[in-house]
Write a protein that binds this ligand. Structure first.
Ligand code: GDP
Ligand code: MG
Length: 749
């Protein structure tokens, strides 16, 4: 259960995907489109699936726009300040202070296929970030060079660390008078605990920032101050009598020597080369060897290449694109390449985003890990255990979706026609293929042929939702179906007693945002009931009961007597209730009647006697069932349920409340206040670890105590702490707490 996620949903709630997708730019003449079609499935070694991580306003959108422009996919320079960028919408962005981007955008750069995948910016441990990171092979971190590393980047960086994703850093906004290279490098060391490998020196500073010197090639790349930056001047750096120039040459020599020494420290192969061939002449170290060594260092995550530029002033973006292709890994250099072996090049893909287009229906973004995806074919969804037909296959080139017939491993594709597929599902060619892959993985002692690794936790909050009029019920159901497919952590069910629609979500804000999206995106004003914690119930003792039902309906008389016993079960798993039959009882029952008895038991497991919450840890033994001929199965079920209720009441009810396992990362200076606050929330601290300069606090906290925690934590720590939550277990409440709760739920308090 992940609270940061709400921020993401919040960020997205004003975004109308259909508007983005329908937006038409007049960029690509017919011929260009044709040539694109011919290269749609490039060699896997030429593919880069990367994300951009950035703190808000660091320049993620501007940089993306420049990349699309220089690679020839847009004909005009989008400008965030004018609100005409391809990848986001200013009004919504500014309103929420956020970047919203399509799930993925594709373009080519010097024979490489680059898929930029949206990494939600300022959220911590979220389902969305986890999912995005799963489909990334590398990342670019964009910084405001006057601010260095900022909070949101730290959060996403930690996630990238966990997934061992190689990164490149881009110090943007070098044109600002306050831009400071050495400060940025220091903050990368301090705050990200990463090892910056500086590959460029800026030429000029502030407004006079005019280009960079590439330390690998010793070339100076200069952009003109005013034009679109497409053309730039590349010239070897040479000795000069000009004083400023001589100073630059001196600095470059120093920086290059430092770079060579640093890389030699991090990479043995390069160190050896240096010792044997170039120990007394670093100037002669060939660019290729140095570049290869930097690549190895980057892939091993021993260092991060650092580049400089100013996207807004159109400087330094092309070398950044070069760096993405040169240093970041291709899909076959990542651990998930194992899937290709297990599937033996049969199809395996992950649905990482579902969008709803009003015209085309659900659009599913797939990352292909193995095999080939073909339009107009049926695919098997492992998670839903069903087979669906894909109608069209598209490549999300910038603003144009180019239709193609097939797509190979390593690529990102956009599919039309998959109506059942949900974010996080694994798609393969057939059920048999999945079984075969599982067998192959098993022989290697591995599991994981299903890619849905991001577990969707049980919802812990719920409330009723009502349409304004009954006439809108069908529209509401449609909206909820679509939203559930985009966001698997949202669950919707119908209350069997009242017939009301119940929204189940991960928290207060999550449900609020769903409410907001239904209003904005589907134009339905709904009413939400009060928010409730999803409690569970169990029993404390063993108890038996017997009940007889004797009812005449029309001409027919139904008579049934049931004897049963309930006792606390051993299995503590959520939803773990059992039913068993004494041999004598089982012997007298036909298959139908046995099923009717089981249905009666299971329906009473859904609603406990105390709060009407689902039961867990209960075992039921059916001791005797006697019925007269002509009694219907429905009556048998009804009698069993009534008897169960009796037995459960006698067995002493116990409410179980959801307890969350929480991790808070906080600076030492705020540890005290955070601990004090947790005690108020009935939290128990399990462990306090040190991570670099931070404290990592591991605690268990009842969900009911967590309401409003993200706001509280922000206030207590001036926004300097991050936290994540996960449903840990359901724990028994004390008698006193339980009495208060039961009275409150009954409206007595
Ligand atoms: P995002 O929030 O990371 O997507 O950042 P944006 O691309 O929306 O940029 C945020 C603001 O910074 C906008 O006003 C941009 O014009 C400005 N900006 C972006 N790049 C640069 C740059 O290189 N130099 C300067 N001075 N401003 C920039
Ligand atoms: Mg932006």
């Amino acid at each position: 259960m992940i609270w940061g996620k709400y921020f993401l949903v919040l960020r997205c709630c004003r975004w109308r995907p259909s508007r983005f997708l329908q937006r038409s730019y007049s960029f690509l003449p017919g011929d260009d489109v044709k040539s694109l079609r011919s290269v749609v499935s490039p060699d896997v070694s030429k593919i880069r699936n990367i994300g951009i991580m950035a703190h808000i306003d660091a320049g993620k959108t501007t940089t993306t726009e420049r990349m699309l422009y220089y690679s020839g996919y847009t004909r005009a320079l989008g400008d965030v300040d004018d609100g005409d960028t391809v990848t986001d919408f200013m009004a919504q962005e500014r309103e929420r202070g956020i970047t919203i981007q399509s799930a993925a955008v594709t373009f080519d750069w010097k024979g490489h296929r680059i898929n930029l995948i949206d990494t939600p910016g300022h959220v911590d441990f979220t389902l969305e970030v986890e999912r995005a990171l799963r489909v990334l092979d590398g990342a670019v971190a964009v910084f405001d060079a006057s601010a260095g590393v900022e909070a949101q980047t730290v959060t996403v960086w930690r996630q990238a660390d966990k997934h061992r994703i190689p990164c490149v850093c881009f110090l943007n906004k070098m044109d600002k008078p306050t831009a400071n290279l050495s400060f940025c490098l220091e903050s990368i060391r301090q705050k990200l605990k990463a090892n910056p490998v500086l590959l460029q020196l800026p030429v000029g500073s502030g407004r006079n920032f005019s280009g960079v010197v590439d330390l690998l090639t010793n070339q100076r790349l200069m952009w003109r101050p005013t034009d679109d930056g497409r053309l730039f001047d590349t010239r070897p750096l040479s000795e000069s009598r000009d004083e400023e120039e001589a100073e630059l040459v001196r600095q470059v020599r120093q920086a290059r020597t430092a770079l060579i020494e640093q890389v030699a420290d991090l990479d043995d192969e390069f160190a050896e080369l240096l010792l044997t061939d170039f120990s007394d002449n670093f100037d002669a170290v060939p660019r290729v060897q140095l570049q290869e060594a930097v690549r190895r260092v980057t892939l091993a995550r021993k260092g991060v290449p650092v580049l400089c530029g100013s996207s807004l002033r159109n400087k330094g973006v092309q070398p950044l694109l070069d760096a993405i292709t040169a240093f970041l890994p291709s899909p076959d250099e990542r651990p998930h390449d194992l899937l290709r072996r297990w599937y033996e090049d049969d199809l395996c893909a992950l649905a990482f985003k579902v969008l709803h287009d009003k015209r085309r229906g659900p659009l599913v973004f797939l990352r292909i890990y193995s095999g080939t995806l073909r339009a107009q074919t049926a695919v098997h969804n492992i998670n839903r255990n069903n087979t669906e037909r894909m109608s069209r296959l598209l490549v999300p080139f910038a603003d144009q979706h180019v239709e193609i017939s097939s797509m190979t491993a390593g690529n990102i594709a956009l599919t039309v026609g998959l109506k059942q597929t949900v974010t996080g599902d694994t798609i393969v060619s057939s059920k048999a293929s999945a079984t075969a892959a599982a067998r192959r993985a098993q022989t290697e002692g591995r599991t994981g042929v299903v890619l849905s690794g991001v577990e969707v936790p049980d919802p812990v909050f719920f409330c009723t939702i009502e349409p304004p009029t009954m006439a809108k019920q069908a529209d509401l159901e449609n909206a909820l179906n679509n939203l559930q497919r985009e966001d698997p952590s949202l669950k919707v069910r119908i209350d069997p007693d009242s017939g009301q629609t119940i929204l189940c979500g991960m928290g207060e804000l999550h449900i609020e945002i769903i409410h907001d999206r239904i209003r904005r995106e589907y134009g339905i004003e709904t009413h939400l009931g009060p928010l409730q914690v999803a409690y569970r119930e169990t029993i404390l003792h063993q108890a038996s009961a017997t009940d007889t039902l004797d009812r005449t309906v029309g001409e027919r008389r139904h008579v049934v007597t049931v004897e049963l016993a309930v006792r606390p079960g051993d299995d503590h798993a959520v939803g773990s209730c059992q039913v068993a039959f004494l041999e004598e009882a089982a012997g007298t029952l036909s298959g139908d009647m046995r099923e009717a008895v089981e249905n009666g038991v299971h329906s009473s497991y859904l609603q406990g006697p105390l709060l009407g919450s689902p039961l867990q840890r209960v075992s039921t033994l059916i001791q005797r069932v006697y019925m007269e001929a002509g009694t219907s199965p429905a009556m048998v079920s009804a009698c069993v349920s009534r008897c169960m209720l009796k037995a459960l009441r006698l067995a002493g009810g116990q409410i179980l409340e959801p307890v969350m396992s929480m991790e808070v990362i906080v600076g030492e200076e705020h540890l005290g206040v955070v601990l004090g606050d947790l005690a108020h929330r009935r939290g128990t601290v399990r462990e306090i670890q040190s991570r670099h300069d931070d404290k990592v606090l591991l605690a268990s906290v009842p969900l009911a105590g967590i309401k409003g925690y993200s706001t509280a934590l922000r206030t207590l720590t001036s926004g300097r702490a991050t936290f994540s939550l996960e449903l840990d277990t359901y724990e028994a409440m004390s008698t006193q707490e339980q009495n208060v709760l039961v009275k409150r739920m009954a409206g007595l308090l």
